[in-house]
Design a protein around this ligand. Structure first.
Ligand code: GLP
Length: 264
């Protein structure tokens, strides 16, 4: 796990956006795994700006979103498909047919999950997967106790996650308790994983993910098994890490090495 600690949420977004831009520059036909939630919003805005300024193109890219509420159609304002259209897809040059979000209204959702896995495999697998982090350590909608090798499937949301996400729904509005989510095994198959976490509310989940044991009780701890996982934190989200000075030291060394190698 590469742990990058930056002074602000804006710096986290910029770091993440630059990784995406580099990925698309190196491989314009990249398969990108995307996330929803408030954390990636600033990163998406930077990608929109970069696309408008022709610094990056999604014309040959394909995307797969992590998850969707079961029972919400893509035109529902709280659906993750709607979120992606509003915050990214409508504002970049991606082809609509190259964007995939699990179908929350599939008549056979179990078959739809298997189909989603096949679609990812047919696209050649995910090159770069973006993740946020739930306060309980979830990634996608893989709640605590999720199988560490799980694949795309239906998951019941915990009361804590339902409460956390209630802020996006109107009072009295139907809020689903079920979701379709890529599994932890699906996420671990991505070539690279980029997890962003900002703010004090994420600090204890961040500690469990990085310094806790590998356990289904903290699904994000599964990233300890990944060969190319980058975790980008702001100071607030990193605040509970016991070895914070060590992680900062490693990053300084990494930067110095990169500078030396590039002859600067
Ligand atoms: C939801 C999403 C996750 C996301 C999490 C954190 O539960 N399914 O993918 O990481 O919320 O959201 P936020 O970034 O708003 O804290």
């Amino acid at each position: 796990m590469q742990i990058v600690i930056l002074p602000s949420a804006d710096a986290v977004a910029e770091y993440g956006a630059n990784l995406f831009i580099r990925q698309l520059t190196d491989k314009p036909g990249s398969v990108l795994g995307l996330a929803t939630g408030s954390t990636p919003l600033a990163l998406y805005q930077l990608l929109v700006n970069a696309c408008r300024q022709q610094q990056v193109s999604f014309a040959r890219a394909k995307t797969f979103n992590l998850d969707e509420y079961l029972g919400l159609a893509g035109d529902h304002p709280q659906s993750y498909r709607y979120f992606m259209q509003q915050h990214l897809f409508n504002a970049i040059d991606i082809l609509p047919e190259n964007t995939a979000v699990p179908d929350g209204t599939a008549t056979d959702p179990v078959a739809a999950c298997q189909q989603y896995e096949r679609q990812i495999a047919d696209a050649g697998g995910i090159d770069l997967q973006l993740l946020g982090l739930g306060r309980n350590g979830h990634i996608g909608f893989n709640e605590p106790s999720s199988g560490l090798r799980s694949r795309t499937r239906i998951k019941t949301l915990t009361p804590a996650t339902i409460a956390d996400n209630a802020r996006f729904f109107q009072p009295g509005e139907y809020q689903p308790h079920l979701s379709i989510t890529m599994g932890i095994g699906t996420i671990l198959d991505a070539g690279k994983v980029l997890l962003l976490a900002t703010g004090t509310s994420k600090a204890s989940a961040v500690k469990a993910m990085i310094e806790g044991p590998l356990t289904a009780a903290c699904p994000a701890s599964a990233l300890q098994l990944h060969q190319q996982a980058v975790v980008v934190l702001d100071d607030a989200a990193a605040a509970e890490l016991a070895d914070i000075e060590f992680y900062r030291h490693i990053e300084r060394e990494n930067q110095a090495l990169l500078k030396r190698l590039s002859g600067q």
